[in-house]
Design a protein around this ligand. Sequence first.
Ligand code: ZN
Length: 431
Amino acid sequence: MNGGVQPASKQSMRRHNLALVLRQVAAGQSASRATVAAQVGLTKATVSSLVEELRLAGLVVEHVPENQGRVGRPGGALALNPRGAAGVGVEVNVDYTAVCVADLTGAPRVRLTERVRNRGRSAEETLYAAGRLAARACAAARRAGLAPVQVNLGVPGLVRDDEVLHAPNLDWHRVPAAMLLKRGLGRQPLEVSVDNEANLAAIGEFQARPAGAGDSFLYVSGGIGIGAGLMVDGTLFRGGGFAGEIGHVTVRPDGGECGCGARGCLERYAGQDALLLAAGIDPAQPADPDLPPVGAEARGRRGEGQFGLATATSEGPVDQLAALAAAGDEAATDALTVAGRALGVVLSSAVNLLDPPEVVIGGIYARLAPWLLPILQEQLNSRVTSGRWRPDRLQVSGLGAEAAVRGAAGAGVQTILRDPSAYIDLTSPAG
Ligand SMILES: [Zn+2]
C-alpha cells in the first residue's frame, strides 16, 4: 500500500500495531475504531489507518448503522470478516484423512473426510492424497468466498521443523511432510506447518471451550495411538518439543513390545487396536461399506456461501465395540475394563506429577466414555494422593474425533491473527 520501502523499525511497528488492533477486534464485542484506539493506547488516526488496511485486506468488516452514512466512518462496529482469510487443518491418521477449513472467527466452514487405510501406504502417496483432499476443500472454501492461506497438518508422531521424525503407527521415519503435502496441494499459495495431532487436538479442545471454562487442562486423545496435550494458561506445554507421548508411558515393564521399540506401553492396553483385538473385533476390517469413500462436501445456503459440516469422522469398528458393550457383551466390557484400568493408572500418575485442574478425554475415548468414565474415576479416586480428586475434574471432549482437524484449522487462523502483516504482504498485488 505504501509504495516506497519503509525503514525496518517502521515496518516492525506497523506489524506490531496491525496485530494489536486485529487482536482487539477479535476479542471485542462490536468495538468501534474509537474504542479500539482507547483500548490499545494509540491515536484514533493511527488506528483508523490500521483498520482501513485490515479492512481492505479482507480481514475486518465494519458494520455501519444505516443512518450513519458511508462505509468507513469511525462509528461502525468492527468484526473479523467471516468471508476473508481462512485456516486449513489437515489430519492424516492411521485409518482416515480429514480436512477442515475454518474462517477467521474459527467457525468450521468446509469439512471433508476420507476413510482410508494410510498404514501400509507410502508417506509420499498418503501425503499427496491428503494434499489433493485439502485442495478440494480449499476450492469449496473459495466458492464460499473464503481465502485459505495457512495449512496446519497434524500427524500421529514426533514432529520437528515440519518434518515427521517417527510415526510408529504409520511406519514413517524422517518424512518431510510439509514438502510432500505441498505436492498434492498443487500451485496454491499456501503456507504449510506440521504438528503432532494430539497437540492440535488439545488446541482444538481449548478453542471450543465455552467462555469461562478453565484454560489449563490435560487432554488425552485415544486412537490407534494415544497422545496428550498439556494446556497451561491457554498455552500448549511442549517440553523439549515432544511432550505428551502418553501412549508410550510404561504400564508393564515386561509387557508386550510396542511399535516405539519399548515394552508394555499404555498403547498396548488402551490403544484402539489393543481394545478391538481384546473384544474379538478385527482392527484391520475394511471401512464401513455404508460410508462413501470420500465424505460428502456439504452444500449450504448458497446466498451466504456457507458450507455445512459433513458427517464427523465415524470410528467404524469402535462403534461396533460400543454396540457390543451396550448389549452387555462380556469380551467387549472386559476389554474396556482392562483399557480403562491401564489408562486410569497412567492418568493418576500424570495428575500426581502435574496436578492439572482438569483432565479431558477425547478421540475414541469420548465415544467409549460411558464404559471408561466409572473405571477412570475409580482409579483416580484411589491413586491421586492429594485426596482432592473430584469427579468433575474429569471431562469428556465434545469434539470427539474432530478435535485434531478442528484444532489444526484453528491454529492456522491463529497464525493469521498473530501476524496479519505477513498475510497482507503475501496477498497484496505489490508483494
Ligand atoms: Zn511404545
